[in-house]
Design a protein around this ligand. Structure first.
Ligand SMILES: [Zn+2]
Length: 167
């Protein structure tokens, strides 16, 4: 049985919101530093935007069809918006139609932590950032080849470092 957990898929996109790049205010956003980040939620709260904090630290979920990354074609690498950890290449992104940015594989196995999640009466696999343990989303087994996986990720917890042009 396939569990499609997102009954909210029928909701319509209503507003384009600008993703906040936290680099200036957040001293823990370090894309080049791969060492594990252990920061208390209290500190995270003081440096992350409220919506990023709610998803990354309190395992929230953004409203579907609200992320500009869902349909973007930008080429580059998606990083954790909290700590800067490289997570997904844009070449692994696909249009799932589920309302959230979707990828078929992470940039590396160590980029991601997989945790069983039995909340909300479902058995799912939670995906966390391998560097700061921030909540990213879930992975489902209904993705495209070559992996057959769909990493369904909250756009709020992603930033993109583009491959060409100035940031
Ligand atoms: Zn992170």
């Amino acid at each position: 049985m396939t569990l499609i957990s997102f009954s909210a898929c029928a909701q319509q996109p209503n507003k384009q919101k600008t993703t906040t790049i936290m680099e200036k205010m957040n001293p823990y956003y370090k894309p080049k530093d791969t060492s594990i980040v252990t920061v208390s939620n209290e500190v995270w709260k003081s440096v992350l935007s409220p919506e990023l904090y709610q998803i990354a630290r309190e395992k929230g979920t953004e409203r579907p069809f609200t992320s500009p990354f869902e349909n973007s074609k930008e080429v580059g690498t998606f990083h954790c918006a909290a700590c800067g950890n490289a997570l997904f290449k844009s070449s692994a992104k696909f249009e799932s139609g589920c309302g959230w940015p979707s990828f078929f594989e992470p940039i590396s196995k160590s980029a991601i932590i997989f945790t069983p999640d039995r909340s909300h009466g479902m058995i799912r696999t939670e995906v966390q950032c391998g560097k700061c343990k921030g909540h990213l989303g879930h992975v489902f087994e209904d993705g495209p080849p070559p992996t057959g996986l769909r990493y369904c990720i909250n756009g709020v917890v992603l930033t993109i470092e583009k491959e060409d042009g100035p940031k």
